[in-house]
Design a protein around this ligand. Structure first.
Ligand SMILES: Cc1cc2nc3c(=O)[nH]c(=O)nc-3n(C[C@H](O)[C@H](O)[C@H](O)COP(=O)(O)OP(=O)(O)OC[C@H]3O[C@@H](n4cnc5c(N)ncnc54)[C@H](O)[C@@H]3O)c2cc1C
Length: 480
């Protein structure tokens, strides 16, 4: 399907190309990016400034349908990265870039700040080291606060907190809107997005010939942003310097009535397997508990387990006991692309006109814009012509954040267009107008789940039990 201008949102300035089936367009691309997660779409957006022919391909029927749709949705400062690592630099820069971009495009961000709570003497003793690490990562606002202050700032906290590291720069962000904003801006600027397009092989000569499930694609430069599968794409080009182990993170989402229980992002003092279990509000007005950290063999195993959920409940009971009395809205799991190394695996192979962007584990959302800028630098070092860069058309995304005005509350908007006053999903208060807009947007959803990531429809306490058929009918109607 090629989305014609008639099907795109009214503000789309030019004809756009989003294909979901059939043979790929012919000719040669200057750059092809494999993987349309938050990292691949950010790279596509950055490259879209250049007068080049760019393709962004993904095996899925939507952008952001891999790890990028199932994370803890925090915009990290990088205070706890490994000092001197590529990740430390890119998270720090990415935090600044994405904060500004989110403000300009309407991606919901809530700068609540984090408290890293120490629950025993060992954790308390670790706080000065973490504060010093934050400084080495260029983050100057972290400070240790005593138990009384922790309690005053988080009255529902469980008993036994001994102190905390206060990290005021940590924020909540909407991961779905972030990826969609990057993809939308890229596609509007001429990037050709090909979905349902799995890369199966690569033959490299003067030009790469990429074998896909939809036929061959020819490209001069290739960027591998395939997330969990970045090691496998790397091997197709003859490299074997890292192996991705999926590290599952299970999460529990509590209903919006729990939102009043927590004011900050409550982080644990990190352990060997990562950042540990946190309690955090979400921009959708709910409260999240998780994630677990389990190394698996299966890159598709995003199931939840009784043991995983029991572990989260046990940890959560200590952090915020009242949370456990609240209703659960959903459980989900995401897979981090762990590599056994303490840093990203971003490698340039200029002789092959190829860059791999691997091992983007727990911070890829936060670092995405800085990763993109770095990848374009690496491509330029490898000979990609980068003259003639232009500014991208500004973009405003529909707001999914509970802390910001939403259409169902906007009397003026409803008076202008009554479709914004007709609620379809009552749990999340999503209107027909928002669903209509999402279905006609530059990068339309490929499934009702994709529609949920664009509107929140079916994401509330009934999980679509009530509105599911109506939402599906609207989705099917738009595809006819
Ligand atoms: C539980 C959890 C919590 C996290 N919390 C945070 C957080 O709070 N803040 C933060 O910044 N980060 C967080 N992260 C990390 C963040 O989600 C990831 O770093 C980021 O989403 C990685 O994006 P990506 O684009 O590299 O990968 P993905 O989103 O997985 O995208 C890769 C894409 O490549 C496609 N693909 C794969 N193979 C092929 C192929 N052969 N052909 C075509 N396409 C292919 C896939 O379909 C997929 O869409 C968390 C991760 C997890 C799992």
């Amino acid at each position: 399907m090629t989305v014609s201008p008639a099907h795109t949102a009214p503000t789309a300035p030019t004809a756009t190309t989003v294909t979901t089936g059939g043979a790929l367009p012919g000719g040669e691309y200057d750059v092809t990016i494999v993987g349309a997660g938050v990292v691949g779409t950010a790279i596509a957006r950055e490259l879209a400034r250049l007068p080049l022919r760019i393709a962004l391909v993904d095996a899925s029927d939507d952008v952001g349908d891999g790890t990028s749709k199932a994370n803890t949705a925090l915009l990290h400062t990088g205070f706890d990265a490994v000092p001197g690592s590529v990740e430390s630099r890119l998270v720090r820069e990415g935090h600044l870039l994405l904060s500004a971009y989110a403000a300009a495009t309407g991606i919901p961000v809530e700068p609540l700040g984090a408290l890293l709570v120490a629950w025993d003497a060992e954790q308390l003793a670790a706080l000065p080291g973490l504060a010093e690490k934050a400084l080495r990562n260029g983050y100057r606002s972290a400070r240790i606060i005593p138990a009384e202050e922790v309690r005053a700032r988080e009255p529902e906290l469980g008993p036994g907190a001994l102190g905390a590291l206060d990290v005021p720069g940590e924020s909540l962000i909407c991961p779905w809107t972030t990826t969609l904003a990057y993809a939308t801006q890229a596609v509007r600027a001429g990037v050709e997005l090909h979905l349902n397009c799995r890369v199966l092989g690569v033959t490299s000569a003067e030009v790469h010939t990429v074998a896909t499930g939809r036929g061959p694609l020819r490209t001069r430069y290739l960027v591998n942003a395939a997330g969990l599968y970045a090691d496998e794409i790397d091997r197709l080009l003859g490299h074997a310097d890292f192996t991705v182990t999926p590290r599952r993170g299970q999460l529990i989402v509590f209903d919006e009535l729990a939102r009043g229980l927590v004011r900050h992002i409550l982080l644990p003092v990190p352990g060997a397997l990562g950042k540990g279990v946190l309690v955090s509000p979400t921009v959708y007005g709910k409260v999240m508990l998780g994630p677990t950290a389990e190394d698996l063999d299966d890159k598709t195993d995003t199931g939840s387990t009784a043991e995983g959920l029991a572990l989260l409940r046990e940890k959560g009971r200590r952090i915020l006991p009242a949370l456990l009395e609240e209703e659960v809205t959903a459980v989900y799991a995401g897979l981090r692309a762990a590599t056994g190394n303490d840093d990203y695996a971003i490698r340039a192979h200029p002789e092959q006109r190829y860059v791999t962007v691997g091992g983007i584990r727990s911070t890829g959302l936060s670092a995405s814009m800085a990763i993109a800028a770095y990848v374009v630098e690496l491509l330029a070092d490898g000979g990609l012509p980068v003259a003639g860069a232009r500014d991208l058309e500004p973009l405003r995304m529909p707001n999914l954040g509970e802390a910001f005005p939403r259409p169902y509350r906007d009397a003026e908007l409803i008076a202008r267009d009554p479709e914004y006053g007709r609620i379809v999903c009552h749990c999340e208060r999503v209107t027909r107008g928002e669903i209509r807009d999402a279905l006609a947007s530059t990068v339309p959803p490929g499934s009702p789940d994709g529609l949920r990531r664009r509107t929140r429809a079916r994401g509330g306490r009934c999980q679509g039990f009530y509105c599911g058929p109506a939402v599906r009918a609207l989705f099917e109607e738009a595809r006819r």
